[in-house]
Each structure stands twice: as structure tokens, then as C-alpha cells.
Design a protein. Structure first.
Ligand SMILES: Nc1ncnc2c1ncn2[C@@H]1O[C@H](COP(=O)(O)OP(=O)(O)O)[C@@H](O)[C@H]1O
Ligand SMILES: [Mg+2]
Length: 326
């Protein structure tokens, strides 16, 4: 039995007439990364702020390791760490000074605060930059320092609210490594993201939220297979045969080809039909029909659908921003 880190029931937060979080039911098992995936404005930050006791719910309940976020807010606060879009670092202090200060605020004695700061700076590859003022840090360094600050007191649950938004790919990868390291030390991570590949890479379970509601939940594989069995990519020797190839594959798979800019490529989603034999068998049969028709292929693959396709299938709209009155 896995312990439950977070359990919400009908959680609601209303701003004016905007139901930012609208009856959220979420169960997050302990010991792993849980990804909360949703477009800008979906209610991710609002939900996290309620779970971190920074915002009072207007309805429903939320528990963190069994403690109610309203009635037992102090207990919850002692269990969680929060980082994300509202870093509280002092720009004029060095990275090390920031960590030592936060450690002192958390109640560490000076030598312990220093030792813990040095340990984290080392772990996050910031030792060389430790004596530099934070205002001279790159975006990636700042993000790493921000995360390390939340780990000073090794929380049991760490909220990472869009930890890689706006980062370049290299810094993004560094943050991903850190997230994996944090989990390997036993901390549960609730990570919000707008990036489908990020949730896919890091999370063992994903909750998809849209307009303040959970619209799907499961492992990345489950979410992807709920949408379709997979996608067949075929690379033709002769682009002149593309129309024939598309026609044959569409008929064999019972689906239409997705337009592709490469004239030699045909991409077709294999519809899921919940049977045992599944996409691989369907794809193999379709490919053999190409061979019979004398259509030569240089390459083919059968891939799981992307999370982008998942979002589209679940919401009937792509993962775009919530429309606001502004
Ligand atoms: N303090 C606030 N006051 C009024 N509206 C807010 C406030 N915070 C968030 N909202 C609104 O609530 C909705 C959800 O926002 P948010 O939780 O920030 O979404 P996300 O983090 O998924 O981008 C949005 O429509 C946003 O404009
Ligand atoms: Mg947000």
C-alpha cells in the first residue's frame, strides 16, 4: 500500500465569478513525481497555493499526509516546501548568504545552516557561484538556488510550480535532474507544468486539469493509450506513391492520415479499440498491404501518441490559454 501524499475532494476556489479551481478531486501517492498538466489559467497555481496553506479554499477539502490544510495548517506547513513562480531570493545577497539566511529563519543554528547550505550548493552545482550575488546569476542558476532553498528542511512534499517555464533547454535538463534527485531521497513532488513532454519525462502519474477540473488521471502510458493505440509513421522510397500509400493505410487502419510536410512520410493514428491484439498487429497488417501493392518503404515506426494529442483528444481543444475577459 502506497501512502497518500495529497487527497482533495471537491476543492473549490472562486475569484469573483471565476471558478479558478472548480471541484478538484485529486489523489497523489507518496514517493514519486505527480505531474499536474494544464494550460495557462487552468488553475494549477491556485490549487498548489491552497495545498501549501497560502490560500483558503472556498469549498471542498484537502489533506496533505492526512492533515487538513485548513484545520491543521501548521502541521501541513511543516511538511511541505514550495517553489515556483514567486521566488523569495534576495538579489543583493550571494547564493550562500541566501541559503544560510533561509536556514536561520527555519530555525537552524548558524553552523548547521552553513553546513546545509554548502551541502545543497554542492548538490546543485552552485559551489563555484556560491559567493556571487544572485542578481548576477543566470535564469537556470537562479531556479536551482530557488529549489535548493525549499529543500533546506527536506520537506516530505515539495511543490514545484512550473519549475522550467522560461528556461533554455540546458537549464531545463538540469532542473529535471534535480527533480529526479529530490524524489530519489524520498520527497514526494507535485510538479505543475504546461509542457507535455516534461510531465511525460518526470511524472509517474499525471493529472490533466482544464478550467479548474481534473479531466484525466493516470500513468503517462495510460493517458496516451486512452486516446488511441499509437501512431504509425511510414517513410516511402518514392514520394509519388504517397497518395496510394495513404489510401491503403487509411483503409487498413480505419483512420485518416495526419498531414505531414515531408512528401515521403505518412503518419496515421491507430484508433484504440480496447482489444488485446492492439496497434502492433493492426500496423503489421496494414504494412503488408503496402508491400502487396508494390509500395516500397524505407522505414517505419509505431509510436505512442504524444501528450499533445492526448490533451487535444481529452478537451476537444489544443493546450492553449484559458480565455479571459481582459
Ligand atoms: N489572485 C487572483 N485573483 C483573481 N483571479 C485569479 C487570481 N489568481 C488566479 N486567478 C485566476 O484564476 C484562474 C486560474 O489561475 P492560475 O491558478 O494562476 O492558473 P495556472 O497556474 O494554471 O496558470 C485564472 O483565470 C486566473 O486569472
Ligand atoms: Mg501558474
Amino acid at each position: 500500500m502506497t501512502e497518500t501524499a495529497i487527497e482533495t475532494n471537491g476543492l473549490v476556489k472562486v475569484f469573483g465569478d471565476n471558478r479558478a479551481v472548480d471541484g478538484l478531486d485529486l489523489t497523489v501517492p507518496a514517493g514519486a513525481v505527480f505531474g499536474v498538466l494544464g494550460p495557462n489559467g487552468a488553475g494549477k497555481t491556485t490549487a498548489v497555493r491552497m495545498l501549501a496553506t497560502l490560500l483558503r479554499p472556498d469549498g471542498g477539502t484537502a489533506r496533505v499526509f492526512g492533515r487538513d490544510v485548513v484545520a491543521e495548517a501548521d502541521a501541513v506547513r511543516s511538511l511541505v516546501g514550495l517553489t515556483g513562480q514567486y521566488a523569495s531570493l534576495d538579489e543583493d545577497m550571494t547564493g550562500r548568504e541566501n541559503l544560510v539566511l533561509i536556514g536561520r529563519l527555519l530555525g537552524f543554528r548558524k553552523p548547521a545552516a552553513r553546513a546545509r547550505a554548502d551541502e545543497l550548493l554542492e548538490a546543485f552545482g552552485l559551489t563555484a557561484a556560491a559567493e556571487r550575488q544572485v542578481k548576477n546569476y543566470s535564469g537556470g542558476m537562479r531556479r536551482r538556488l530557488d529549489i535548493s532553498a525549499t529543500l533546506l528542511n527536506t520537506p516530505r512534499l515539495l511543490f514545484l510550480d512550473e519549475p522550467t517555464t522560461g528556461l533554455d533547454p540546458r537549464s531545463r535538463n538540469q532542473v529535471w535532474d534535480i527533480v529526479r534527485a529530490v524524489v530519489s531521497y524520498g520527497t514526494t513532488v507535485l510538479l505543475t507544468t504546461q509542457y507535455l513532454d516534461e510531465a511525460d519525462q518526470l511524472a509517474s502519474r499525471i493529472g490533466v486539469i482544464d478550467h479548474g477540473k481534473l479531466i484525466a488521471e493516470g500513468t503517462p502510458g495510460e493517458l496516451k493509450s486512452s486516446v488511441g493505440a499509437g501512431t504509425v509513421h511510414v517513410r516511402l522510397r518514392d514520394p509519388a506513391q504517397r497518395a496510394d500509400a495513404e489510401k491503403l493505410l487509411s483503409a487498413a487502419l480505419g483512420a485518416t492520415a495526419t498531414p505531414d510536410p515531408d512528401p515521403r512520410r505518412v503518419v496515421i493514428r491507430v484508433p484504440g479499440h480496447g482489444t488485446e491484439h492492439g496497434a502492433a498487429e493492426d500496423a503489421a497488417r496494414a504494412l503488408s498491404e503496402l508491400a502487396v501493392a508494390g509500395i516500397v518503404i524505407d522505414d517505419f515506426s509505431l509510436g505512442q501518441p504524444s501528450l499533445d494529442e492526448v490533451f487535444l483528444a481529452l478537451t476537444d481543444h489544443p493546450a492553449t490559454e484559458k480565455e479571459t475577459a481582459a
